[in-house]
Design a protein around this ligand. Structure first.
Ligand SMILES: Nc1nc2c(ncn2[C@@H]2O[C@H](COP(=O)(O)OP(=O)(O)OP(=O)(O)O)[C@@H](O)[C@H]2O)c(=O)[nH]1
Ligand SMILES: [Mg+2]
Length: 187
């Protein structure tokens, strides 16, 4: 083999190695979905999203306006837009619903009856909102580590989910303290 042939052979090997290492093509893209996360202030939206993003849920501060987190799962990425739940922010929630493909509503299961009533009214409005009423809806009964926490059944009987016809609603309980708490109820 002439020198030229050897050079060509090495270049070809080089090309094959390059192709094997670098040209496998990008890994298949995970689908991304845009979700909106709502609930009264203190219900635990930021804590939940921090935990799902493997960030420390300690030292969270109340969300003024909104914040977006990309939550990675094995088969999909959920781009979750949390809307702050303080009294003066809630009236603007509906301005941020457009484009959502699913809803997470976080409840403080151990809140006072008055706060639960306020949460129930907000939940009812969200369930009936034209931009949300056909979307998959997760109601997350948070603060389950507290002794005063209500069960999913108790909350469900009072949460007006009967307002939704034909759209999937899932109620699940959770706590930032313990994982996989309680049961899951699908409608
Ligand atoms: N015990 C207990 N505390 C929780 C739980 N989830 C959140 N908290 C605490 O509740 C407080 C409020 O939590 P956040 O995650 O900031 O609540 P938020 O819904 O994002 O509130 P806004 O951003 O104001 O709408 C924090 O001190 C959290 O540590 C829970 O499941 N159990
Ligand atoms: Mg928050």
């Amino acid at each position: 083999m002439s020198d030229l042939r050897i050079t060509e052979a090495f270049l070809y090997m080089d090309y094959l190695c390059f192709r094997a290492l670098c040209c496998k093509g990008p890994p298949p893209a995970r689908p991304e979905y845009d979700l909106v996360c709502i609930g009264l202030t203190g219900s635990g939206k930021t804590s939940l999203l921090s935990k799902l993003c493997s960030e420390s849920p300690e030292n969270v501060v109340s969300t003024t306006g909104f914040s977006i987190k990309a939550v990675p799962f094995q088969n999909a990425i959920l781009n979750v837009k949390e809307l702050g739940g303080a009294d003066n922010i809630r009236k603007y929630w509906s301005r941020y619903y457009q484009g959502s493909q699913g809803v997470i509503f976080v409840l403080d299961s151990a809140s006072s009856e008055d706060d639960l009533e306020t949460a129930r009214n907000e939940l009812h409005s969200a369930l009936q909102h034209p931009q949300l009423c056909t979307l998959p809806f997760l109601i997350l009964a948070n603060h389950q580590d507290k002794p005063a926490a209500r069960s999913v059944q108790e909350l469900q009987s009072k949460s007006s989910t009967e307002a939704r016809i034909g759209a999937e609603t899932v109620v699940v309980c959770w706590s930032k303290e313990v994982e996989n708490v309680g049961q899951q109820v699908s409608e």
